[in-house]
Design a protein around this ligand. Structure first.
Ligand SMILES: [Zn+2]
Ligand SMILES: [Zn+2]
Length: 89
């Protein structure tokens, strides 16, 4: 049986050795490019070697394309109702 841990972002169970949550795609730890220690991806500076972290390491969480709402049909129905009202007069 493999060891697991709880994702701090979504609360689901993932493999203990996982570097990235397979449910919410958040990274748990990244490797410092300077000293190779594991660090939190939210850090702006490595706590081990105090190097400033490259901004490209921090772009991994910006993949949120949602909220596509189509209200076109609704307004068309409204229009038709208005026409009927005019015809009834
Ligand atoms: Zn997660
Ligand atoms: Zn470092």
């Amino acid at each position: 049986m493999e060891e697991t841990k709880i994702c701090p972002f979504c609360g689901k169970e993932v493999l203990a050795i996982a570097k990235k949550c397979k449910y919410c795609n958040n990274w748990f730890n990244i490797e410092c490019p300077y000293c190779a220690e594991e660090i939190n991806p939210m850090e702006t500076e490595c706590p081990h070697c105090h190097s400033k972290l490259d901004s490209k390491l921090k772009n991994i969480n910006n993949n949120k394309n949602e909220n596509k709402i189509n209200k076109k049909e609704e307004s068309q129905n409204q229009c038709q109702t208005n026409h009927l009202m005019l015809l009834l007069k």
